[in-house]
Design a protein around this ligand. Structure first.
Ligand SMILES: [Zn+2]
Ligand SMILES: [Zn+2]
Length: 330
């Protein structure tokens, strides 16, 4: 039963694949809401940092960036909400989803849609350059941080289970406003420098760092596995393993998408999984899914023979060839 559950966790949870959905044909369009938000946070940070920086404010800003990345983005949104890689109590789930919203990228439903569309598209033979991070850095940054992709034939989402939650709908409606209680607390604690670093700089670092690691993770770096028949393969971004709370071991994540643990090899730091283990010890997390529970997953994977850490980085091609089961000849 465990393996049956675990196998489901390798699927793209929130998409219902319709036969005529096409991940390759679509238009990139400007997204004013996220463009103003992401651009505004960056410009405000650049403008305000020279006037509102103290050692304490910098420490608070960087500390909160790590905290909301860990509790919110990595554990709450990615491993719990999107992949369902563990279960927890309703109150803790709400707290982690609130942390994910305060991380500042968007609301929970937008995050699920954006993640799962990309996850689904990258498993197909071919997909739009937007979904593969295939364009040069400057264009990809503009696309991912300021635009959205309108597919001509998108897949269907089944978000009923999310949308029936009043709390999730509330977070989705108010995701920008969720910065305000934290901003008020920071102002009370340390005045404007705390607000500048604890809100503006933190959100700017989070959204731009997330884009950068996502871009690199589909372009270059070590690989341990290739996913058969997937048009886009992922790479690890070792230098970012620590600061992304383990999310940067993205090659592992493509191989075992439903695993609560992403840093799988010795030396691959994964604070997100460490936190889930702590919750488990405290009796606050259960059904924690790991690669060992995913029977049959290895049939979809091709092991990259050369040691991932010693081989020359493999660079994704402009038009990567899908890895076919029959052509597994590494
Ligand atoms: Zn990916
Ligand atoms: Zn994922």
């Amino acid at each position: 039963m465990k393996s049956e559950q675990a196998r489901d966790k390798c699927e793209v949870n929130w998409i219902v694949e319709t036969p005529d959905a096409d991940p390759a044909i679509g238009k990139v369009q400007w997204d004013p809401v996220h463009s103003f938000w992401n651009g505004g946070m960056l410009l405000a940070s650049i403008a305000l940092i020279p006037f509102f920086s103290t050692p304490a404010a910098v420490a608070v800003g960087l500390g909160l960036t790590g905290l909301f990345l860990l509790l919110g983005h990595s554990v709450g949104f990615h491993r719990l909400l999107i992949h369902g890689s563990f279960k927890t109590s309703p109150w803790l789930r709400r707290f982690l989803l609130w942390c994910g919203t305060v991380a500042g990228m968007s609301g929970p439903i937008w995050i699920v849609r954006t993640h799962d569309l990309r996850d689904w598209a990258q498993r197909q033979d071919k997909c739009h350059d937007y979904l593969a991070h295939r364009r040069p850095m400057v264009i990809d940054a503009w696309w991912q941080l300021h635009c959205t992709l309108k597919l001509e034939k998108p897949p269907r989402f089944d978000l009923h289970a999310l949308e029936q939650s009043r709390f999730i709908r509330f977070l989705e409606r108010t995701w920008m406003l969720q910065q305000l209680p934290l901003a008020a607390l920071l102002f009370w604690m340390g005045g404007l420098p705390f607000v500048v670093w604890g809100v503006f700089v933190r959100v700017a670092l989070t959204v731009h760092g997330h884009w950068l690691v996502g871009h690199l993770a589909h372009r270059r770096g070590p690989q341990s596995w290739l996913v058969k028949e997937a048009g886009v393969q992922a790479h690890d971004v070792p230098w970012a393993g620590l600061i992304t709370m383990g999310e940067a071991w993205h090659n592992n994540h493509h191989a075992f998408p439903g695993s609560a643990r992403i840093g799988l090899k010795p030396g691959q730091s994964d604070w997100g999984y460490r936190f889930i283990q702590l919750l488990e010890k405290l009796g606050l997390a259960r059904d924690v899914c790991l690669p060992a529970h995913m029977q049959g997953r290895d049939r979809k994977l091709e092991v990259v023979r050369a040691s991932a850490t010693t081989s020359r980085p493999r660079r994704s091609e402009q038009q990567p060839q899908p890895v076919r089961a029959a052509s597994a000849s590494k």
